[in-house]
Design a protein around this ligand. Structure first.
Ligand code: TRP
Length: 341
């Protein structure tokens, strides 16, 4: 393992974090995580579970703890390689909360009020519009800026938050002296956008009430086949990528992203065949991708000591990098340092 230092990084650094309030979905895997696995040779990657962000919505303690550990294991099973990459749990690295407070004081009320995710979420959870929901983007800015990240791979829904992190970084650099590299959002070239199998106008989501719309990483082969067989298509019965055929387009996207085939190749492969042939074929490539991940996940979950060793060591590595940035920031502001150990 090469030591990651902020001064002499030869590769550009990528940072991304994942929600850990449920089982990852096929959409998370194909749309994001698989790309992040692919970044590990070209970039220095730092990934984490955003479990501090998670409590902006009430979590059941038992389930929450279970999801955090399982999400960690799933990321390893999906190919995050600890020989190359740091994968840690946000709440285990205290600097996130610390820098987040500081950045709160360099972010305007008006800026946070304009965040579309805040507006959406405060409508959805009208009974719990807590201050954390409002300052969520400052915590996310802290996540990014603590590690001097160059790139932040995010979906369109998070672009505004990365934009805010850029503004805060520039503001701090301008008030004091260059402290944070200004991070850039990285919109992946071939990130599949996987839609619900039941309502292809909506993104596939783990919080969907209609369980048939979402394939989770934990679904067994029978369940996967059943969900694909029930997937919403159209009355045409032709495997064709075209406007207005959202259901079929979505199945084709999934198939293309797992086989590497183009849409034309898929159309040719299923020429003269109907959805009755196509749907099980899509299910099969998904099953083939998920079965080995599930097997590895199970092995990891049967070895809790190994998992504990992994997340502890990785929290230590993250803490080492984060504490360097935080002490620079605090010194610039004028705080008096104390040696506690
Ligand atoms: N807010 C992101 C999401 O909802 C998760 C996240 C938290 C994140 N901190 C981050 C993503 C830092 C990228 C970088 O998906």
């Amino acid at each position: 393992m090469t030591e990651l230092t902020t001064e002499s990084a030869p590769k550009k650094r990528i940072l991304s974090m994942y929600q850990c309030t449920g089982v990852f979905t096929l959409g998370n895997f194909l749309g994001a995580i698989r790309n992040h696995v692919g970044f590990q040779d070209e970039y220095e990657c730092i990934y984490a579970l955003a479990d501090l962000h998670a409590i902006t919505v009430r979590q059941d303690p038992k389930k929450f703890r279970k999801y955090i550990l399982e999400s960690y294991a799933y990321l390893l099973a999906m190919g995050i390689d600890l020989e190359k990459t740091i994968l840690f749990i946000q709440s285990q690295v205290p600097e996130h909360a610390q820098l987040s407070w500081i950045l709160n004081c360099y972010t305007q009320f008006g800026e946070l009020s304009r965040m579309t995710q805040f507006k959406d979420k405060s409508q959805k959870h009208a009974d719990n519009v807590n201050a954390g929901l409002f300052t969520y983007p400052c915590l996310m800015a802290a996540d990014i800026l603590l590690y001097q990240a160059d790139f932040v791979p995010v979906g369109a829904d998070q672009k505004q938050h990365v934009e805010l992190a850029r503004n805060v970084a520039e503001r701090f650099n301008g008030l004091y002296s260059p402290t944070f590299p200004v991070p850039q959002p990285l919109i992946p070239k071939h990130g599949a956008r996987v839609m619900s199998l039941q309502d292809p106008s909506k993104k596939m989501s783990k919080s969907d009430e209609n369980l048939n719309g979402t394939i989770t990483m934990a679904d067994d082969p029978d369940t996967i086949l059943r969900k694909f067989k029930r997937a919403v298509t159209d009355s045409e019965s032709q495997v064709r990528y075209a406007p207005g055929k959202d259901g079929v387009n979505n199945l084709m996207e999934i198939y293309a992203s797992l086989t590497g085939k183009t849409m034309e190749e898929i159309e040719r492969e299923f020429e003269g065949k109907g959805y009755g042939d196509f749907k099980p074929a899509v299910a099969q490539v998904v099953i083939d991708a998920l079965v080995p991940i599930q097997k590895r996940f199970k092995e990891l979950m049967e070895d809790p000591e190994y998992l504990e060793k992994c997340y502890t060591e990785n929290a230590q590595k993250a803490h080492y990098l984060a504490q360097k940035t935080l002490s620079k920031v605090m010194k610039k502001i004028g705080y008096l340092p104390a040696k506690l150990h």
